[in-house]
Ligand binder design. Structure first.
Ligand code: HEC
Length: 192
């Protein structure tokens, strides 16, 4: 130790060189390397909103405030393993704004496209969550459906058939394009 002190006393340039080298090494480790890794991950991430329907559905998700109750951020803690693998920065590449959310009244949706891959389940659940999950506290979104007489429903389209009290007797619910867009978006939210 005294040798080193002695050395620095007689070679002041050594102090500058050694501390400069340490500073450079730390800059590379904590700033430059993570930035390069992030850039590579971003470049390999697929486009988020590749179809117009998904993009419109995402806008509805934002407008309806679904994110006030649903996060899209899986943490690296044991209780979160049922929602998927821990989220990484590249999951949010090209998302504007990213929909990580802050609250979790309902389940995390980061991987909901894998968990609930059925259009019909999602439509029934959107029309009235209680029709699928009796104890659900999620609000219903019936304004994305038209309630018509069963006889007036188009034969080839999607019609929700539910008993009372979900629908008056003899009526069915037809999803509006917005409902289909929102469900298309939900089914696209998948971890890679
Ligand atoms: C007031 C809080 C609240 C809001 C707002 C809300 N949800 Fe939910 N959501 C819940 C709760 C609680 C559950 C769990 C019970 C259930 O499945 O209904 C849930 C469940 C879900 C599920 C099923 C998830 C799974 O893993 O099974 C989907 C999909 C979903 N919500 C989508 C939406 C969408 C889309 C919106 C906005 C249009 C929305 N939610 C708004 C509370 C909410």
């Amino acid at each position: 130790m005294t040798d080193l002190t002695d050395f620095f006393h007689h070679h002041p340039v050594g102090i500058v060189t050694v501390s400069g080298a340490v500073f450079l090494l730390l800059t590379v480790l904590v700033a430059i390397r993570p930035a390069v890794e992030l850039k590579e991950a971003d470049a390999s991430a697929p486009q988020v909103s590749d179809t117009a329907a998904i993009a419109r559905g995402r806008a509805i998700y934002l407008a309806e405030g679904c994110g006030y109750c649903h996060s899209q951020l899986v943490r690296g803690v044991p209780v979160d393993t049922r929602y998927g693998r821990p989220s990484s920065a590249s999951d949010y590449a090209r998302e504007a704004p990213p929909l990580m959310g802050t609250e979790r009244t309902g389940p995390d949706l980061a991987n909901v496209g894998h968990r609930q891959p059925s259009t019909m389940w999602n439509l029934y659940h959107l029309f009235d969550p209680r029709s699928m999950v009796p104890q659900s506290v999620m609000p219903a979104f019936p304004w994305y459906f038209r309630i018509v007489d069963a006889s007036a429903a188009p034969k080839d389209g999607i019609a929700l058939v539910l008993p009372e009290p979900f629908l008056p007797a003899g009526k069915v619910a037809l999803p509006k394009p917005e409902a289909l867009d929102l469900v298309a978006y939900l089914m696209s939210v998948k971890q890679r």
